[in-house]
Each structure stands twice: as structure tokens, then as C-alpha cells.
Design a protein around this ligand. Structure first.
Ligand code: SAM
Length: 311
């Protein structure tokens, strides 16, 4: 539902009457809903443009919806930037749409995956398309708000961060509690409750907590309309505070090979266990070992790669 509702609001036509009705009800329940959906797509466009300007050429767009009307590959094409894009969604309709884009955009693939199980996304199909030893931009635009706290969004973000090379980025947007609209937002949540992807508003403090372990890029977590606005009318008008967005980077950090097993659990829980470029003594302390047992450099004959990555 969520993907096709967004498609309808953005002017797409791959929708059922129920999706169009849902969009109308959502706007009635929570005025500003339609604006927020459009502003979110506009935020995504600015984020992709900014990431491309940083030299990122690989994009993993999770919860992509129906990728049109300013979707990631379209923004890259508009910029004339060659890149690889992997679209992921749990909605098979969205994935089928993304797999059948015409004309077929080069470097674009789409797979079915569920963000609640990030390992189902970080699988071989995706690794065949993206080089995880090079920076990747992970886009979670409007999707984390469909995860309940019981889905452990902190661990999801931690797992993704651990899989990424330094220099990678996360682009995030998320529906946030707006005290002045609490009744309207409650009505919106009630509407989504009967769909396969219920909606969860979170506070900005909670989002900042979820982003701990990432380095926030200026201006930090802000209403999406205020994130590096350009001169397009949508961005300028997007001062509503009911969706917040941020870009964050994977800290430059590596651990020595022998610390790998000690970090595995922490990776899964999103905890960071070693400082950036740990010294031998720091690594030894972290491992509870004598410093003489800690090699001074990664094991020879194996290039440093994702296995050595700190998180
Ligand atoms: C609000 S739409 C956002 C679409 C697009 N990212 C955008 O910004 O316009 C949320 C999307 O997340 C997808 N989604 C929800 N839960 C998901 C999950 N657990 N795993 C993957 N995708 C999910 C929905 O199917 C939908 O396409």
C-alpha cells in the first residue's frame, strides 16, 4: 500500500482505487500528508545529488517504493553521473515495477528484501551488484517509520553500518512527532494500522539515538525542507516539521584482523568497540589480551576489507 500511495501522490498511475482512496483519507486525517510525501521525494533528490557530488557512485535504496518521479536513478541520470543503483522493497509490486523500468536504465537492479532482516538485503544478489569495499550510499527514505521498536531499528542501522566501507553514507528521512498535530498524526497511524506496513512516528531525540555511531553531516537532523534546500519551490516551502531527515557517514575506522571476532556481536547490536585506528595496546585491552599477542598490522596476504571493518 505505502509504495502505491506515494506513487499516486507523486502523480504516478500504477495504483488501485484503494490506494487513491487511502491517499485522500490520509490527507483528510492529517492535513499536510500529501505535501510531506512530495517534500520527502524532493529531499531524496537533494540527498542523492549531494552524495553524488561527494563521489559516491553506488546506491542501495531500501524501501524504494515505485522508483519514478525523481527516484535515485533518475536523479543520477539528470546529473549525468554514472552509478549503480540497487532498489529494495518488501512490496513485490514495487520490485516488479523497478525491474521493468523502460527504457531499462543502465546499472539499475531491484530485489525483494525486508529491512527488518538486513541480512536478507546484504545478500549475494546485492553483493554481486555493489562493491562493499567501496563507498555505498544507503537510502532509507520514509521506510524506517514502518519499523516498530520491536523490529530493533537500532540494530538494523548498526548492521548496515558494519557492512559499509568508510566513506559510505546513510540518507534517512522519518516521520516525527509533531506536538501540535498529535491528534492528526494519531489518525494517520490508525489508517496505516490496517495495512501491512503500520506507521510509527518517533521523536527527534529517538532518531538521534538511532544515529549514534554514525557521523552526522551538516546541518544534522532537521525538518526535511531545511536540509540543504535549493531554489526549487518545494524545498523552500518545506518547513513543516513532521518529517525529519539527515545524512550521516560511516566513521573512518578500522580494526586489526585479530579483533574481528570480538567485534562481531557488537556489529550486530550496533555497538562500537574500538576507537578509530586503534593502537596495539587499545586493541589488546579491547580483546583482553597481552599486547604482544596482537599483530601490529593486518594479516599479510589478505587485503583490508569489510571483514576488518570497525562498527
Ligand atoms: C513511504 S514509502 C517511501 C518510498 C520512497 N522511499 C520515497 O521516499 O518516496 C515506504 C516504502 O517502504 C517500503 N517498506 C515498508 N516496510 C519495509 C520493509 N520492512 N522492508 C523493505 N521495504 C519496506 C514500503 O513498501 C514502501 O515502498
Amino acid at each position: 500500500v505505502a509504495a502505491r500511495v506515494v506513487d499516486h501522490v507523486l502523480g504516478g498511475w500504477h495504483t488501485f482505487p484503494a490506494d487513491r482512496l487511502f491517499a485522500e483519507h490520509a490527507e483528510l486525517a492529517c492535513p499536510g500528508f500529501i505535501h510531506d510525501v512530495r517534500a520527502n521525494r524532493d529531499f531524496g533528490r537533494r540527498v542523492v545529488r549531494w552524495m553524488a557530488a561527494q563521489g559516491v557512485r553506488q546506491f542501495l535504496d531500501v524501501g524504494c517504493g515505485l522508483p519514478m518521479n525523481g527516484a535515485t536513478h533518475e536523479t543520477l541520470a539528470h546529473l549525468g553521473v554514472p552509478g549503480r543503483v540497487v532498489y529494495v522493497d518488501r512490496d513485490p509490486v514495487a520490485v516488479a515495477f523497478a525491474q521493468n523500468l523502460r527504457p531499462t536504465p543502465p546499472g539499475v537492479t531491484a530485489i525483494c528484501g525486508d529491512l527488518r532482516d538486513p541480512d536478507s538485503i546484504l545478500n549475494n544478489d546485492v553483493r554481486d551488484q555493489l562493491d562493499f569495499d567501496q563507498p555505498i550510499a544507503v537510502l532509507l527514505l520514509g521506510v524506517l517509520a514502518h519499523m516498530a521498536d520491536s523490529d530493533h531499528p537500532d540494530q538494523i542501522l548498526g548492521r548496515l553500518r558494519c557492512a559499509l566501507a568508510p566513506g559510505s553514507y546513510l540518507g534517512l528521512s522519518h516521520a516525527v512527532h509533531q506536538p501540535l498535530m498529535r491528534h492528526e498524526q494519531r489518525r494517520l497511524r490508525l489508517l496505516y494500522r490496517v495495512t501491512p506496513t503500520p506507521l510509527h512516528h518517533r521523536t527527534e531525540d529517538k532518531l538521534l539515538q538511532l544515529l549514534s555511531g554514525w557521523d552526522l553531516v551538516a546541518p544534522g537532523l532537521v525538518p526535511i525542507g531545511r536540509w540543504r534546500p535549493d531554489d526549487r519551490p518545494m524545498a523552500a516551502a518545506g518547513a513543516l516539521a513532521s518529517v525529519a531527515g539527515a545524512v550521516a557517514s560511516v566513521p573512518e575506522a578500522r580494526v586489526i584482523a585479530s579483533a574481528r571476532s570480538a567485534t562481531t556481536d557488537a556489529c550486530r547490536s550496533g555497538r562500537r568497540v574500538l576507537p578509530i585506528n586503534p593502537s596495539r595496546s587499545e586493541a589488546a585491552a579491547s580483546l583482553g589480551r597481552d599486547v604482544s599477542l596482537v599483530p601490529s598490522r593486518p594479516t599479510p596476504n589478505r587485503p583490508p576489507g569489510r571483514a576488518d571493518r570497525a562498527c
